[in-house]
Write a protein that binds this ligand. Structure first.
Ligand SMILES: *[C@@H]1O[C@H](CO)[C@@H](O)[C@H](O)[C@H]1NC(C)=O
Ligand SMILES: *[C@@H]1O[C@H](CO)[C@@H](O)[C@H](O)[C@H]1NC(C)=O
Ligand SMILES: *[C@@H]1O[C@H](CO)[C@@H](O)[C@H](O)[C@H]1NC(C)=O
Length: 273
């Protein structure tokens, strides 16, 4: 089996997108705030035409990846140009560029782990660009998808919604209870989730899709209502929970690791389109 690193590199060859006419580009930010677990870099994409109170999306790369790589893996920068939201691309260099999704620190609200450093990037951008704190989102592939789950569990007060592409829950057992335990006493709205996986994923077990959906349906208090086939595109099945506003699963028949991002579906779920 090829390593995850090789797979991800191969994928970039396929999905790297051609440059756009916009003048904006990815910029490196230093001193964004407390960085207790020493996450290496923060990069930010601020489009030329910014919305008045811009929404913010945190984009989390897979193991072996970088922020720059994940910037090229979706068309979100193109949508940022037309909608006016900000994208943040952190890079992690520890543990072969994987994120810490397992330690007690990262699984604790303000616990001093990776999750806290990432949230401080969001707070920096909200403050600097007068962002809309009710429109903060996380998206990620593989390890970044796992971190999206961790952020949803530990910072439901920060993230309105998240999109997990080929990930899994931070811990495998009783994630619903773990998610509640990450921020004890929190009683506000929970982070809404859209969770995607390819049925033929060679790197991260497909069964983790069902596990994430089971756990988030428990946390969000919604149950499965129906499937819609060939939605949002050919080959995909959309699994709707409740009325579809809080939890949605996306399964790609025959899809591999980190299948093509469904920008419009995700941005509609986030309420940005
Ligand atoms: C992490 O938290 C769990 C559950 O609260 C606890 O059992 C475990 O001892 C903790 N581990 C460390 C290293 O603190
Ligand atoms: C909580 O979610 C509901 C919709 O489900 C929304 O109407 C309400 O404004 C949200 N509350 C906060 C504090 O964001
Ligand atoms: C819904 O779709 C998923 C993914 O294709 C499938 O595993 C599941 O069995 C379907 N559920 C129903 C009730 O059709």
């Amino acid at each position: 089996m090829p390593s995850l690193f090789t797979l991800v590199r191969a994928l970039i060859g396929i999905t790297a997108l051609s440059s756009r006419p916009s003048a904006a580009s990815l910029q490196t930010v230093t001193n964004w705030g407390e960085n207790p677990s020493d996450i290496s870099t923060m990069q930010i994409y601020v489009p030329d035409k910014l919305a008045a109170n811009p929404p913010i999306i945190l984009g989390l790369h897979p193991c072996g990846g970088t922020g720059q790589m994940y910037y090229g893996m979706t068309k979100l920068p193109k949508y940022a140009d037309s909608i006016g939201f900000i994208l943040i691309y952190p890079t992690t260099t520890k543990e072969t560029n994987c994120r810490d999704c397992h330690s007690n620190k990262t699984l604790t609200h303000e616990g001093g782990g990776d999750s806290q450093g990432l949230v401080n990037m969001v707070k920096y951008a909200l403050n600097k660009y007068n962002g809309d704190p009710t429109k903060v989102f996380a998206v990620g592939g593989s390890s970044g998808a796992m971190m999206t789950n961790v952020l949803a569990a530990t910072y439901p007060d920060v993230f309105n919604a998240g999109a997990s592409w080929s990930g899994g829950p931070g811990r495998l057992l009783q994630w619903g209870d773990i998610a509640r335990g990450c921020y004890p006493g929190y009683s506000g709205n929970r982070t809404r989730m859209i969770i995607a996986h390819g049925t033929a994923d060679p790197a991260v077990l497909y069964s983790l899709l069902g596990m994430q959906l089971a756990q988030w349906s428990n946390v969000l208090g919604v149950s499965f209502s129906k499937n819609m086939t060939n939605t949002p595109a050919q080959g995909w099945t959309e699994m709707i929970y409740g009325d579809g506003s809080k939890l949605v699963g996306l399964s790609l028949q025959g899809g591999g690791h980190i299948p093509r991002f469904q920008e419009e579906k995700v941005l509609k779920f986030f309420g940005l389109m």
